[in-house]
Write a protein that binds this ligand. Structure first.
Ligand code: ATP
Length: 251
């Protein structure tokens, strides 16, 4: 089993406040790894340090063996670190199809970045790919709708489609079910599973919904006060008294 992502002793200080303290974990290729913990535990900060949105104060990060600790955020995307809801944006005035075309063209441009040219009209292979990608997320029948008219669940699907258009090795999802109805949650869980199983994309996520996390993850890291409290399988996390005390608030 190949180690795809390795976070080694990462810390992040905001002034004198230590938002992250010596956080270490690794994620195996093809698995789903979740980061959980109470509000303010440091999950979002850790995500930001991993994506390069903010730089860590200490420690190192490796993606597929390459040290990306100092690599800028946009380069990390091109190296295979995909993040929904952050780096790839939905353009609300554009149709779903045009949103996909923008993402695919951006990926293609970055692949031949020396040229740096912009096509006025997408060629047929880009159109075909956009349609296939919309179909994969179950959105093909809405291809002509403006993104601003989408319900939250469909908007998340579109964001996922846009991120997947970058062909990530690892997909980082920050609270993917936030604000969703129970049926939308089920649909997103199925979609994430399908992405992992069929496309082989490794998944890293944060989430407050424990049912969701336990159903989806192979292993989890529990954080509290910027520190790693526990790393284990869902069964091990559920059975841990320490986790119950700290995270679930049980005595
Ligand atoms: P939640 O589940 O509520 O999103 P979280 O686990 O994602 O919480 P973070 O958002 O990472 O937690 O915040 C961790 C701590 O770092 C909090 O105490 C927060 O106030 C602090 N923090 C985050 N960003 C900054 C910043 N830019 N400046 C100062 N403190 C910050």
């Amino acid at each position: 089993m190949r180690n795809l992502l390795k976070v080694d002793g990462v810390g992040k200080n905001y002034g004198v406040f230590q938002a992250l303290k010596n956080v270490s974990f690794s994620v195996d290729q093809g698995k789903t790894f979740a980061i959980i913990g109470p509000n303010g535990a440091g999950k979002t900060t850790l995500f930001k340090v991993m994506t390069g949105e903010v730089m860590g104060s200490s420690g190192r990060i490796f993606l597929a063996g390459e040290d990306i600790t100092k690599t800028p955020a946009d380069e990390r995307v091109h190296l295979g670190l995909g993040r929904t809801f952050q780096i790839v944006r939905v353009f609300p005035e554009l149709t779903l199809m045009d949103n996909l075309i923008v993402a695919i063209e951006a990926r293609n441009r970055s692949r031949r970045s020396a040229g740096g040219w912009l096509r006025i009209k997408p060629n047929s292979s880009v159109l075909d790919e956009a349609f296939v990608r919309l179909g994969y997320l179950g959105l093909e029948h809405k291809h002509a709708a403006q993104a601003r008219h989408l319900a939250l669940g469909d908007r998340k699907r579109l964001e996922l489609a846009l991120t997947l258009a970058m062909d990530p090795m690892i997909l980082m999802l920050d609270e993917p079910t936030a604000g969703m109805s129970p049926s939308e949650r089920v649909a997103i869980i199925e979609l994430i599973q399908k992405t992992r199983e069929e496309l082989g994309v490794t998944i890293l996520l944060t989430e407050h919904d424990m049912d969701f996390v336990f159903r989806l993850s192979h292993s989890l890291m529990v954080m509290n006060h910027g520190e790693t409290v526990f790393v284990g399988t869902p069964e091990e996390v559920k059975a841990s008294e320490l986790v119950q005390q700290i995270y679930l608030g049980k005595e």
